[in-house]
Design a protein around this ligand. Sequence first.
Ligand code: SAH
Ligand code: SF4
Length: 451
Amino acid sequence: MNVYDSGTILSDLSILGYKLTDNVKKADLVIINTCTIREKAEQKAFSFLGRMADLKNKKPGLMIAIGGCLAQQEAKNILKRVPFVDIVFGTNVLGRLPALIRQAEKTGETAIDVDMSGKSRSALTIHAKKTPITDYVTIMRGCDNYCTYCVVPYVRGRETSRLPEDVVNEIKIRVKKGMKEVTLLGQNVNSYGKKEGLSSFSELLAMANDIEGLQRIRFTTSHPKDLSLNLIHAFRDLEKLCNHIHLPIQSGSNKILKKMNRKYTREAYLEKIGSLRSVKPDIAITTDMIVGFPGEAESEFAETLDLMKTIEFDGLFAFAYSDRQLAPASSFNDKLEEGVKKERLLKLLDLQKEYTRRKNKAFINKIVTVLVEGPSKKNNSDKPNAISQDLQWTGRTPENKIVNFTLDRTDLSCNDHLLGKLINVRIEKALSNSLKGTPVTDIKGEITYAA
Ligand code: SAH
Ligand code: SF4
């Protein structure tokens, strides 16, 4: 969500004449778009702000803006903690940032706007000339679920859906500017439009599926309690919808799920996985887990491990529970020691490693369709001055597996031509977080494209 928001900020500021720099020391304006979902994210934001204080001392004209969830959460205290910031903007006022910058420039005083009462923008103007091959589009903001560990409803506000025509328009504009794959974003995409009586999420997916030039659709995040049969069927019916779902479960124990206010049981979750697999037997399923929730007994953690063995996820994002002051669980009893949480986290990640390895290995010798996203990052970090014959490229399969492959460096123009194309790649090697392969060529030695 923050990546998407940062993109909109960048687009809005480009009309004021700002350009992106990759060297923070050269910047006239630094915008820190923060996250407070877990303690670690918050610590990172404060430590970056600390570094900015040094920079501001050396370069007094430098403007510093802090936005996102931390700005929203700490609205009242932020100037005590970081008195040198010039602009504080909340999660619902992104569109007003250019005006806040002007205000701070004019008055020389900190401009603050963390108002959450107004409507967030639905229609957007996209000023950027080009968009990435794969990009995000927000379909809704905020959340009404109030999971007891989570700060989102307090810092991002109530759930509001954008109008379907605005979402579709934004995708179309981005497609014209080069996007081939969209990830529709929301905290709970399954409840898209319900409150406002707009189209349902499956209907929105069908509209996106009809957009000419768009090749792939993904979405995140899907809440298990609202995963409908219509959405499950969309995986069968919409050819552009990728063969992957991220369905966070958080815990394998019914007692903990109840304390988390997740509103589904382990059995209901397993049933939904069953339905998904009956429609798409090879669908990739990834999840989020929290270990060490207040009161989590060893036996309840064992239920989580057991669930992992039953489902065999393709991927896992696991987190040690951390208190978020605004969220109710921060005042729950029976908090677990950090050491216990860490131990459980490692155990969980260790178990997942085996499933990831096995799932990745199953791709060896298979031909997969890869959307080419560009040269792999490794090219830049790997001895940049060395003259190599080959260039590593990267893309993803519909299951969201990263595939790296090598192309002959001698024909760079042909390589560039591949950007954003769906090509066939034969997988030769499975690494822990990615696959490696070779593009399939025809008799003339030319790369073959997927239909
Ligand atoms: N809306 C999404 C989750 C967004 S937050 C959903 O409901 O699935 C991303 C992940 O951060 C959550 O799935 C959860 O696993 C983790 N998380 C959120 N709050 C947390 C906390 N207080 N401590 C540890 N992990 C947390
Ligand atoms: Fe947080 Fe729960 Fe909403 Fe996800 S669904 S954002 S975890 S409150």
